[in-house]
Design a protein around this ligand. Structure first.
Ligand SMILES: [Mg+2]
Length: 280
């Protein structure tokens, strides 16, 4: 098990750690390096898929748990967690806890509603359309379509129809969350509940304070569950309303530059004991 850190950074990806348009993480790298020196976990909590999250984490040298598809599942890399956390099962190089509904079930419900309502599902779009809508490369767009626990949709019907759609989904135990680009249809979970589950199931995390960073409406449950909330300014939409115990931090800069700015302020507010990071 990992040593107990004093602080966990839990972060959204698109529009938060990653630039909304370019998906670049560059402006956040100095802050990520500082967190690595301080041995503070950086836990993704994203609407992205498992493969997208895993590849990004590996490219940044992270081996911390990550939460995918808006709180639908938590992955624990085995190289950091040699023993399975409670209720997890093995999924290749990770332990996996599933909290949401399976994509197949969600797809069946959406198919049954497709004749009544006007919407397009991301996983059913041709890859060129996904590339146009997201700005992702072909390979990245294909990874974004590999949804296992949720569906991203573009709504193309009236507001009134949207309410009926929401109610029809609720009748099947599904709900809607608004992300930076898409609406997400998923099971009975959200980023806040998954964050709490993660805190409860890893003994080393139990006494940690959580600083959460996000930019969109689907981050609100996570931000409100955290001990300190940081809202990253978006070039694409207004800041979400967050009712947290402590007033949230707001970044001046967009995306990863705003992320770095907020991490600096978070580290200033927390007393972090330095753990001999230059031994050997
Ligand atoms: Mg976002």
């Amino acid at each position: 098990m990992p040593a107990s850190p004093a602080l966990l950074i839990v972060t959204d990806l698109d529009g938060t750690l990653l630039d909304h348009e370019t998906y670049s993480v560059e402006a956040a790298r100095p802050a990520l390096d500082r967190l690595r020196e301080l041995r503070i976990p950086v836990i993704f909590n994203t609407s992205k898929t498992a493969i997208e999250s895993q590849l990004l984490g590996e490219s940044l040298g992270l081996s911390d748990p990550f939460i995918i598809e808006n709180g639908s599942a938590i992955f624990f890399p085995k190289r950091r967690f040699p023993v399975a956390p409670a209720n997890c099962h093995s999924a290749q190089s990770c332990w996996l806890l599933e909290l949401g509904s399976h994509h197949e079930t969600i797809s069946e419900r959406l198919d049954s509603l497709a004749t009544q309502f006007g919407f397009h599902a991301l996983s059913r779009m041709d890859v060129k359309t996904v590339m146009e809508r997201t700005g992702l490369s072909m390979t990245a767009a294909q990874r974004a379509q590999k949804r296992e626990y949720s569906e991203a949709i573009v709504w193309e019907d009236s507001e009134e129809a949207f309410e009926q759609f929401r109610q029809a989904l609720a009748g099947h135990g599904l709900h809607l969350l608004r992300g930076g680009r898409f609406w997400h249809v998923l099971g009975d979970t959200d980023k806040g509940r998954a964050q709490q589950a993660l805190r409860d199931m890893v003994p080393a995390f139990a006494d940690c304070r959580i600083a959460a960073l996000g930019d969109s409406q689907n981050d609100v449950a996570m931000l409100e569950n955290a001990d300190i909330a940081a809202i990253i300014r978006s070039p694409a939409h207004p800041a979400p309303g967050v009712h947290s115990q402590h007033p949230p931090l707001y970044s001046q800069a967009y995306g990863p530059a705003g992320w770095a700015e907020c991490v600096d302020r978070i580290l200033q507010e927390f007393t972090i004991p330095r753990r001999g990071n230059h031994h050997g």
